[in-house]
Design a protein around this ligand. Structure first.
Ligand code: PEP
Ligand code: MG
Length: 591
């Protein structure tokens, strides 16, 4: 028998979410499956029908397994729709009739029926038609893949402990990743501040992006060690490397357990100044992660994930349910900052009805999209206001670039309030209205915006992207993307000053807020409210408790006297290592 030799290889990319993962590769094939067409002999018709029935059973079982897992309502709804279709007697009968009358193989019969059904969809809005067509495609794809014994494209049902490998994973894919089954992720493309990586960090899922050809170079079943801190993937490594990483993973776990002991202690500086710590979350399910890490308020709820998860627009009542649940779960003493839809660019749901854009990051995204699709925006505002009676809600508009946009959004909000009053529907009149500061023009006029906003939250992910002209998603310029840039630091400083002068809160919810490399500097610049994914927030708390605010101010003054990013990064590295060696000794610096 021939022996196959596996050669160890190392691939280099960029850290998307920290940590170490060891497991077998599971390459997610995103290519379209080529459906074979065969004519069959009459005596094989019963066999072909039986094959078709078996693939229906397999598909049903796969979906039922996915449903058995703890998943959110929206995901459940999608799976339920798939299940209903798979059990549809009409569909089953029609495929069997095609097999018999045209004497074709089951794969081709399924494809033929679904093509006919898709062509005949004519009722409903454009997005409803698209959603229906997607449903047919997805269900058909599953049946055909099972008929052919092909791997499922979906990430929802994968073997336990695998490392997912693909050319790319979208934020919508992430909504379907089961954290209890997946140990890590590796992708050909992407930058570390992409929404996919932000989600991976929230899930504590070690992830490496920008690996170029990992999806071609790795095969399902290869042994992988993902050193996400260092951005390296070891493919079929020698035993010594495996042992070493097993030991490192064990130590990391010990550190995490230590960190979790801080979950209930107050977030105060060493000299006793209280600092607010809030969570960035996307899905209702993450309330559990918040609780595990002792974070009680939400500084950023990315509401568009309901739409991405569902694969379609959520109506007012669905949104109302979700927001009410969030508020009720956190209780009236904790604030829930819900950001209105930041759709467009990389966050597009199936059937969203968007025209192609040459430059979508600067296109119809976030508040611009909402002002353009007033019906969708109003649905969300109605849902938000109706849910506001269940707790302490704050509404936040994303990507505000000027006062006119803010006024327009607030006018629509007022119209919605009037509508609700006429209908006799209750809403709280205590809802604060804030904005994200993530476009450079908003920084330049923060004093003006502060007069008409109740709070600011600095979104450094986009602020860096738009100020330094660096695409967050592009691995080729990822090395230029740095928070340690004097322009960015000045913007943060001036936003904090403008907010203070107007007496409004200035929080930060960009990734910089959860980056311990920047915590001392941010404190020194006057940031007093940090919103980050719960695991990162706990690390920030650990550090804040060691920092003296007067020292932080002095530290910031010294940093602000520097002009090059390299000097700033060197200064931060040196000083943090010296002052807090217990935290930074083995730190993998990214600045
Ligand atoms: C940001 O831009 O910093 C932010 C928090 O928003 P998002 O990452 O969702 O674009
Ligand atoms: Mg943003």
């Amino acid at each position: 028998m021939g022996e196959s030799v596996v050669t160890p290889r190392t691939l280099k990319g960029t850290r998307g979410s920290p940590g170490i993962a060891i497991g077998l590769a599971y390459v997610v094939d995103r290519g379209k499956i080529k459906v074979p067409m065969r004519l069959i002999m009459p005596k094989l018709v019963p066999f072909e029908k039986a094959r078709f029935r078996t693939s229906i059973h397999t598909s049903l079982r796969q979906l039922e397994t996915a449903l058995d897992r703890e998943i959110g309502d929206d995901h459940k709804e999608i799976l339920d729709a798939h299940l209903a279709w798979l059990s549809d007697e009409y569909m089953i009968r029609e495929v069997e009739t095609l097999i018999e009358s045209e004497r074709i193989n089951a794969e081709w019969a399924v494809k033929k029926l679904l093509d006919q059904l898709i062509a005949s969809i004519d009722a409903g809005t454009e997005s409803e038609r698209q959603a229906r067509s997607d449903l047919f495609h997805e269900v058909g794809d599953r049946i055909i893949r099972n008929l052919m014994g092909a791997q499922q494209e979906s990430v929802e049902t994968v073997p336990e402990g695998v490392i997912l490998v693909a050319h790319d994973f979208t934020p919508a894919d992430m909504a379907h990743v089961d954290r209890t089954r997946v140990a890590g992720m590796a992708m050909d493309i992407g930058g570390p501040t992409s929404h996919t990586c932000i989600l991976a960090r929230g899930m504590e899922l070690p992830t490496i992006v920008g690996l170029d050809h990992v999806s071609n170079e790795v095969q399902t079943g290869d042994v992988l060690v993902l050193d996400a801190d260092d951005g390296r993937v070891y493919v079929n490594p020698p035993l010594a490397v495996l042992d070493d990483y097993q030991e490192r993973a064990r130590r990391l776990d010990e550190q995490l357990q230590e960190l979790l002991k801080l979950k209930d202690v107050e977030c105060k500086t060493a000299d006793g100044v209280s600092i607010q710590l809030q969570a960035n979350i996307e899905l209702l399910e993450e309330l559990g992660i918040m609780e595990e890490h002792g974070i009680k308020d939400i500084g950023l709820f990315r509401s568009e994930f309901l739409f991405l998860m569902k694969g379609g627009a959520a109506d007012e009542d669905e949104q109302y349910e979700l927001y009410s649940l969030l508020l009720r779960n956190l209780g009236p003493e904790h604030c829930v900052t819900i950001r209105t839809l930041d759709l467009g660019w990389d966050k597009v749901y199936a059937g969203m009805d968007m025209q192609p854009e040459t430059n979508p990051a600067m296109g119809l995204r976030a508040i611009r999209f909402c002002l353009d699709r007033e019906d969708l925006f109003k649905d969300q505002l109605r849902a938000l206001l109706r849910a506001s009676i269940h707790g302490r809600m704050r509404i936040m508009f994303p990507m505000i670039s000027g006062i006119d946009e803010l006024r327009e959004a607030k006018n629509i909000l007022e119209e919605v309030q009037q509508e609700l009053e006429l209908e006799g529907a209750a809403y709280s009149d205590n809802v604060e209205i804030g904005i994200m500061i993530e476009v450079p023009s908003a920084v330049m006029m923060a004093d003006i915006l502060a007069d008409e906003a109740d709070f600011f939250s600095i979104g450094t992910n986009d602020l860096i992207q738009y100020s330094l002209a660096i695409d967050r998603e592009n691995e080729h310029v990822a090395h230029l993307y740095t928070p340690a840039h004097v322009a960015i630091l000045r913007m943060i400083e001036s936003t904090v000053k403008a907010g203070r002068a107007a007496g409004i809160e200035v929080a930060m919810c960009g990734e910089m807020a959860g980056d311990i490399q920047m915590t001392m500097l941010l404190l020194g610049l006057g940031v007093t409210c940090f919103s980050a994914n719960p695991p990162a927030a706990l690390k920030v708390k650990q550090l804040i408790r060691k920092i003296d605010t007067a020292e932080a101010r002095n530290f910031a003054k010294r940093v602000m006297a520097l002009s090059s990013s390299e000097d700033i990064a060197n200064f931060i590295r040196r000083e943090m290592n010296k002052r807090y060696p217990e935290i930074f000794a083995n730190h993998n610096w990214t600045i």
